[in-house]
Design a protein around this ligand. Structure first.
Ligand code: GBH
Length: 486
């Protein structure tokens, strides 16, 4: 790797912020103490350890429930200006419903938020990062329309309890992931119902998001100020060839993978993407259903959801190529059959420790421009970007990953005019990576899972990220971080 020393330095503007992210189930541990209720991830990992790559669970995880000061100290060391974390719904409302609030859960998040403020770190709070109370799952979870009402009740408790101290809110993390992988795949609750329950989940989550945003707007904004958005997962989808067929397939795939949630909220017209609507309606009809498997919004719901954001939270990790699928309409309906496109990655793209994640920095710029053009350049916070490599403190590959993605982001902002206000690295710490257990390590800090206090140790990438966060610039002497300097 050679960089001309005369290259002018790549810097982000003063207002641009750097932060780090985590999520409750992935780091907290303390799964059944101090009144916390059971979540769908507690249930899945306990009942089906074989569904987790290393048969592990989040019972202990990083023990962050007991390490408020220690974890915030790491962020102080990094020099980041915000911390994105999520609240565990069953820790606050053990029965899922708002008639009983668990005071110890409230105490924990209050302490965390206070410690952040003491250190000038802004809390960015995700209301839902996948750990639904198990008792609500017994009612059908997100496939039950009443879940939107219960989510509103939960959100009200959060805004009443933490609204004075938290000004930046995200309703959901990656509805695509938890609806498709949860109701059509192997994430909790591991329902095997793609083409049905995934769409029901999405529908109710979109309603829930819109309802909470309107409640925030009507009842809280004036009192507490603040901003509310939603985090969506956008992998870039590039046509596999220049053929018209593959270009169409790629655009259809974008509409299915991110338009599903982005179009109803961020587009000018609202509602589901027209191509998704028409393909699923047609397929359902041909398959003999009397109604579309993709539910319809009322016109009031379309209006409620349309524009329900102050900013877009965007998670970006990787890129796929897309080609037309070979639709088999007589098989079991599914999201993939409806979309009739297949995504895959090139073998010569650099590998990481996640089978799904190849290093493709140019996709970041393309994706941001697609968002700019399709959704009127929304104010965007990158709420996750990161990579897993095998254990080790001298993680030069992670340094290169972050550096290359930040360069692509920089070009998208300063050359192309994409409206991005900050970047969040996933993750502060190695943590429980869902069905991949502890086998994928994304942290800037390594966690020693053998040690009784789950010792955290900075990787080289933490040193690199500190420099970026403190100066706002990417180091010219990039080589400092690619070989051993100590
Ligand atoms: C993010 O999702 C999550 O928001 C975050 O909680 C997580 O820690 C982070 O990724 C890193 O994993 O089981 O091999 O088929 C990113 C989107 C969607 C990527 C689900 C992985 C499943 C891969 N993810 N996908 S696999």
């Amino acid at each position: 790797y050679q960089r001309n020393v005369l290259d002018s330095q790549v810097c982000f503007s003063n207002g641009f912020s750097f932060g780090v992210a985590t999520a409750s189930y992935q780091i907290e541990g303390a799964w059944n103490v101090s009144g916390k209720g059971e979540s769908i991830w507690d249930r899945l990992t306990h009942a089906h350890p074989e569904m987790i790559l290393d048969h592990q669970n989040g019972d202990v995880a990083d023990g962050s429930y007991y390490k408020v000061k220690e974890d915030v100290a790491l962020m102080v060391e990094l020099g980041v200006s915000f911390y994105r974390f999520s609240v565990s719904w069953p820790r606050i409302l053990p029965n899922g419903l708002s008639n009983y609030v668990n005071e110890d859960g409230v105490r924990y998040y209050k302490e965390l938020i206070a410690e952040l403020h003491r250190n000038n770190i802004t809390p960015v709070v995700t209301m839902y990062h996948w750990d639904l109370p198990q008792c609500l799952q017994e009612l059908g979870g997100w496939t039950n329309p009443i879940m939107a009402d219960y989510f509103v009740d939960y959100a009200r408790v959060l805004l009443d309890t933490f609204g004075d101290e938290v000004r930046i809110w995200l309703t959901f993390n990656e509805p695509y992931s938890f609806c498709e992988d949860g109701y059509g795949g192997l994430d909790a609750p591991a329902a095997n119902s793609s083409g049905f329950e995934d769409y029901m989940c999405g529908h109710n989550v979109l309603r829930a998001h819109g309802m909470v945003y309107r409640m925030f707007d009507n009842e809280y904004r004036e009192k507490i100020g603040g901003h509310m958005g939603i985090t969506l997962d956008f992998a870039w989808l590039e046509p596999a060839t220049t053929s018209v067929e593959d270009q169409q397939a790629a655009e259809t795939a974008r509409q299915f993978y991110f338009g599903w949630f982005a179009h109803p909220i961020f587009s000018e017209s609202g509602d589901y993407p027209p191509i998704m609507r028409s393909l699923i309606d047609e397929n359902s009809k041909r398959q003999g259903f009397h109604r579309s498997r993709l539910p319809y919004f009322t016109s009031e719901e379309v209006e409620m959801i349309r524009g329900s954001y102050d900013f877009l939270g965007l998670n970006h990790y990787t890129t796929y190529l897309v080609k037309r699928g070979s639709q088999r309409l007589n098989v079991q309906p599914s999201f993939k059959e409806d979309m009739n496109a297949v995504r895959f990655q090139r073998d010569d793209w650099p590998k990481t420790n996640s089978t799904w994640l190849k290093v493709v920095p140019w996709g970041f710029r393309k994706l941001l421009n697609w968002v700019r053009l399709n959704y009127r350049n929304p104010k965007t916070l990158i709420t996750e970007n990161g990579v897993a490599y095998p254990r080790g403190l001298r993680d030069t590959k992670r340094v290169k990953f972050i550096d290359s993605y930040l360069r692509s982001l920089h070009t998208a902002i300063y050359q192309d005019g994409c409206f991005v206000i900050g970047y969040t690295y996933w993750s502060l710490l190695d943590n429980f990576e869902w069905t991949r257990g502890y086998t994928e390590r994304f942290g800037l800090y390594e966690v020693d899972y053998q040690s009784p206090d789950l010792t955290r140790t900075a990787k080289l990438s933490a040193k690199y990220f500190t420099n970026v966060a403190k100066t706002g610039c990417l180091p010219n002497n990039f080589a400092d971080y690619t070989y051993d300097t100590d």
